[in-house]
Design a protein around this ligand. Structure first.
Ligand SMILES: Cc1cc2nc3c(=O)[nH]c(=O)nc-3n(C[C@H](O)[C@H](O)[C@H](O)COP(=O)(O)OP(=O)(O)OC[C@H]3O[C@@H](n4cnc5c(N)ncnc54)[C@H](O)[C@@H]3O)c2cc1C
Ligand SMILES: NC(=O)c1ccc[n+]([C@@H]2O[C@H](COP(=O)([O-])OP(=O)(O)OC[C@H]3O[C@@H](n4cnc5c(N)ncnc54)[C@H](O)[C@@H]3O)[C@@H](O)[C@H]2O)c1
Length: 481
């Protein structure tokens, strides 16, 4: 029989991913004793199976694409192949060899207590943790429990899925070998990033997309440019097809045969499902507080979970399904941590739009970079979202390839920029840049959207010559006619 002990602290955080770490940092800084419960690695998916390893795989690909296009870098004009072993070793180093020692040291230095084990809600303000050695530790929170458990890969409902040994993003970001042929199901961010990386690492990649476009939630030109470059790199893109089923004979090394609804069969060495995310809350004790296991945890604007009275239960980061991005989860964590602290210390909340305790940027200024060739960088609304919301916007487009700074970046520059302007307030409410090197341009747009800077003032924000940022000047000139 497992032994039981009980501890009481101010705040319990379940999940020590980037979001849980930041909630705990805020509450600890406010003087609240905080325990973080983690079942796997401190640092979460982002550090070991998502952002960091995927970007480590992609950086060499993007650098090579630029270098090949700039005269003189590769004198023989050869498209030098990537050194696969060196790229994988770089990725391994960027994830610290899947060791969380460094992040544990950070927790200790911040005064945050770590409990390793699987946390489950156990009624109001209570969490039970099954520790790694099988003990059950009962925790009680005086003020708050924050669920920061992230999300997991969602798999399509196909027969005999287990026998396929299919990859999710977890295997794709941590693989130590590059398969000869990789089939990728999906057309979202994971699909295009992993197709970009693996094709450059030497796999023959086929993308199986049920729709007619890549990155369909973004401005259409983003997916079109990425599709063009993926094709040029040798990726086969198959649009408008669904997977009916797949089979992999038992035993090591067997290839997988994928049946598609156009009547064809595709064979590959590995099959990656890049088909979105699920909440992964099946084993979190949600039933003990009246919620349904498996569901995303919907919250109000102070990150309190809807349907749970008493204001003690918070959900922050991926698990609340507001914005599945590390930087935005950490932003939510800063807001939620401040809310928990203010309530505990009986201080008033500033919940006004853009107030300290309001996650306004979640809806008004959500930034994202897709690290494909070319990069895609977006913040705020797209034209389609504006239409859906019934918001009138002026749409301004510019060909980034016309900007001298872009041609200095690489002479064959292809790219496009779009900003959306609210015609009444004359402020930028959305921006999308697609092109090499636009990732670092994004924050200028995020500042413009968040600051609600009038375009007449932006006119005085002079971009240095010759940088890609001059696209701002061209967009504003185009708008002003
Ligand atoms: C392939 C890929 C690439 C990505 N790239 C980017 C990118 O470039 N930029 C970006 O902004 N976002 C990126 N994302 C999204 C990003 O990874 C997530 O938004 C981010 O990790 C969410 O942070 P989180 O703390 O909410 O969850 P997680 O990082 O998933 O952390 C949750 C933690 O909770 C722990 N946990 C779960 N349940 C329990 C439990 N019951 N008890 C104890 N511990 C528990 C888990 O072990 C985990 O450590 C990417 C995602 C994927 C899949
Ligand atoms: N650079 C970044 O910021 C970055 C990189 C990777 C992932 N992420 C985050 O991770 C999250 C997950 O990424 P993702 O690409 O898995 O999800 P996604 O929602 O972006 O795309 C899912 C894709 O799978 C397809 N799909 C879903 N179910 C399917 C099915 N049954 N059969 C065939 N296709 C199906 C969808 O049509 C879509 O094309 C994203 O929300 C994103 O925020 C961010």
């Amino acid at each position: 029989m497992a032994s039981q002990e009980t501890r009481t602290v101010d705040v319990i955080v379940i999940g020590a991913g980037p979001v849980g770490e930041n909630v705990a940092d805020r509450t600890t800084s406010a003087g609240l004793s905080t325990i973080v419960v983690e079942s796997e690695l401190v640092g979460g998916a982002c550090s070991y199976w998502a952002c960091d390893p995927s970007k480590a795989l992609l950086r060499p690909v993007l650098l090579r694409a630029d270098a090949v296009a700039v005269p003189g870098v590769f004198p023989a004009a050869g498209k030098e192949p990537l050194d696969v072993a060196a790229v994988l070793a770089h990725r391994n180093r960027m994830v610290a060899g899947w060791s969380d020692e460094g992040q544990v040291r950070w927790l200790e230095s911040a005064g945050i207590e770590l409990v390793r084990g699987h946390g489950r809600l156990d009624g109001t303000r209570q969490v039970s943790v099954t520790t790694l050695d099988g003990r059950v530790l009962r925790l009680r929170a005086r003020h708050a429990v924050a669920v920061c458990t992230g999300s997991r890969a969602a798999l399509p409902p196909l027969p005999e899925l287990d026998s396929l040994q299919a990859w999710t993003s977890r295997e794709a970001t941590s693989a130590q070998l590059v398969p000869g042929r990789l089939a990728v199901v999906g057309a979202g961010v994971v699909a295009v990033e992993m197709a970009t990386a693996y094709q450059a690492l030497g796999a023959r990649v086929t993308v199986i997309a049920r729709g007619s476009a890549l990155l369909s939630r973004m401005e259409p030109f983003a997916g079109e440019l990425v599709a063009q470059r993926l094709r040029e790199a040798g990726v086969e893109l198959r649009f408008g097809v669904n997977v009916l089923g797949a089979e992999r004979p038992k035993g090591p090394g067997g290839e997988v045969a994928i049946s598609l609804d156009d009547g064809s069969t595709l064979t590959a060495d590995e099959l990656l499902f890049a088909t979105g995310r699920a909440a992964g809350t099946e084993d979190l004790g949600l039933e003990s507080v009246g919620l349904s296991p498996g569901d995303w945890l919907t919250t109000d604007e102070s990150f309190n979970v809807c349907g749970v009275p008493g204001g003690w239960l918070y959900a922050v980061g991926d698990v609340n399904h507001r914005a599945l991005l590390t930087h935005q989860g950490k932003y939510q964590a800063r807001v939620a941590g401040a809310v928990v602290a203010a309530r505990a210390l009986d201080q008033p909340l500033d919940s006004a739009r853009w107030g300290r305790h309001s996650p306004t940027a979640d809806t008004e200024a959500l930034p994202q970079v897709v690290f494909t060739d070319p990069e895609i960088a977006t913040v705020g609304l797209t034209a389609a979202e504006a239409r859906r919301l019934g918001r009138r916007v002026d749409v301004v487009d510019y060909d980034i390839g016309q900007v001298v700074g872009a041609l200095q970046h690489r002479p064959d520059y292809q790219g496009r920029a779009r900003i959306l302007i609210d015609p009444h307030r004359r402020t930028v409410v959305g921006a999308t840049f697609a092109g090499p090197g636009v990732a670092e341009l994004l924050h200028s747009a995020t500042v413009a959207v968040t600051g609600e800077v009038p375009v007449d003032r932006l006119w005085h924000a002079v971009p240095a010559f010759p940088t890609i940022s001059e696209v701002w000047l061209r967009l504003l000139e185009t708008y002003r006619g």
